[in-house]
Write a protein that binds this ligand. Structure first.
Ligand code: NAD
Ligand code: TYD
Length: 342
């Protein structure tokens, strides 16, 4: 099969490219990515040596480029990872998020309609459900939890999901959607919580925890997410949404303290900074549907996954140091420079 992976130079996309090349060597993987600040071709260095892999630098909102790829590659499955993905950036510049996350999804699906496709799979997020209160640990996101978004990022992802389901109903496009909780692992851009804290702790720099650090995220090792997407895109029921998560809830403070402990660094590095506006309190997924229908279960515990992740950042210093040395410095100064203490 020919499988198109959009956004394959980003965090989860790159991990997915390797997952596919390793687990389905009979398939051809075509990656489309416009290489925004979050896209890193060096993450695909090994894949680029594989004759079953092709990289195309293109924007998913560029209809001509997307159609050219369809004419050349005749994809069987399109899996859409490409997105603007950072909540804090969406607070600064919502328009970019609407363009890529919504119009990009439309452009891809229109090409799927025009040329035909076996499956269009949308990689979505649990953030479309909004958040859960901290004092109700009994509540979880189910597939039929109402869409209720908080940030321009989550609103753009929810809009895309609605469009995907509308294309299924109106045009009978064979679609599926996965909504996953927070991922962590190799190739994670150091603006996100876990890699940011690892890279700063290694440099003995302050660790900016938003608000009180009590917000809860449901962490999933990225390879487990890749396995779930692979299953749903190939075997999931058409027109269905599947939640993906592993019951690995941690407060931000617990995550940061775990990283400090593993690196042998002092907790005095923690600095509480002004909270994110509209900050979601708790995310927690109920993955019963994907487990009962497709037999998916996460394989990696948080303790094991965080160890592996830290080791990856220790072994691949050049990857993240190159990022930190670039335009990222301006980003950090802009976002955190005058944030003050909480
Ligand atoms: P990322 O920001 O690391 O990577 C996004 C990739 O998309 C980059 O390579 C970037 O260059 C590319 N891209 C952006 N705009 C593009 C455009 N217009 N055309 C082509 N390529 C473009 O993101 P990620 O963390 O790997 O997330 C991938 C997907 O998974 C996103 O759709 C995100 O919403 C979803 N998701 C992420 C998480 C998480 O914890 N990171 C959890 C659930 C769902
Ligand atoms: P993030 O990695 O940005 O993912 P998301 O917002 O999609 O959940 O943030 C994870 C949590 O960590 C979130 O509650 C915000 C918090 N956070 C901090 O406390 N400090 C930081 O510097 C960052 C980037 C995030």
């Amino acid at each position: 099969m020919n499988i198109v992976v959009t956004g394959g130079a980003g965090f989860i996309g790159a991990n997915f490219v390797y997952y596919e090349l390793n687990n389905h060597p009979e398939d051809r993987i075509i990656c489309i990515d416009s290489l925004t600040y979050a896209g890193n071709l060096s993450s695909l260095e090994e894949a680029l040596k594989n004759p079953n892999f092709r990289f195309i630098k293109a924007d998913i909102t560029d209809k001509a480029a997307v159609e050219k790829m369809f004419e050349e590659e005749h994809p069987d499955i399109v899996i859409n990872f490409a997105a603007e993905s950072h909540v804090d950036r969406s607070v600064e510049d919502p328009g970019l998020f609407l363009r890529t996350n919504i119009l990009g999804t439309q452009t891809l699906m229109d090409a799927c309609r025009k040329y035909g496709i076996k499956r269009y799979h949308q990689v979505s997020t649990d953030e479309v459900y909004g958040d859960l209160p901290l004092d109700r640990p009994d509540l979880f996101f189910h597939e039929d939890t109402p869409i209720h978004t908080s940030s321009p990022y989550s609103a753009s992802k929810a809009s895309a999901d609605l469009l995907v389901l509308a294309y299924a109903r109106t045009f009978k496009l064979p679609v599926s959607i996965t909504r996953c909780s927070n991922n962590y692992g190799p190739y994670h851009f150091p603006e996100k919580l876990i890699p940011l804290m690892i890279s700063r702790a290694l440099a003995d720099e302050s660790l900016p925890v938003y608000g009180t650090g009590e917000n809860v995220r449901d962490w999933l090792y990225v390879e487990d997410h890749c396995a779930a997407i692979d299953l749903v895109a190939r075997k999931g029921r058409e027109g269905e949404v599947y939640n993906v998560g592993g019951h690995n809830e941690r407060t931000n403070l617990e995550v940061v303290k775990t990283i400090l402990r593993q690196l042998g660094k002092p907790e005095s590095l923690i600095t509480y900074v002004k909270d994110r506006p509209g900050h979601d309190q708790r995310y927690a997924i109920d993955p019963t549907k994907i487990h009962t229908e497709l037999g998916w279960l996460p394989k990696t515990t948080f303790d094991e996954g965080i160890k592996r992740t830290i080791q990856w950042y220790l072994d691949n210093e050049k990857w993240w140091k190159d990022i930190l040395a670039g335009d990222y410095q301006n980003y950090y100064e802009k976002m955190y420079g005058n944030r003050g203490n909480a």
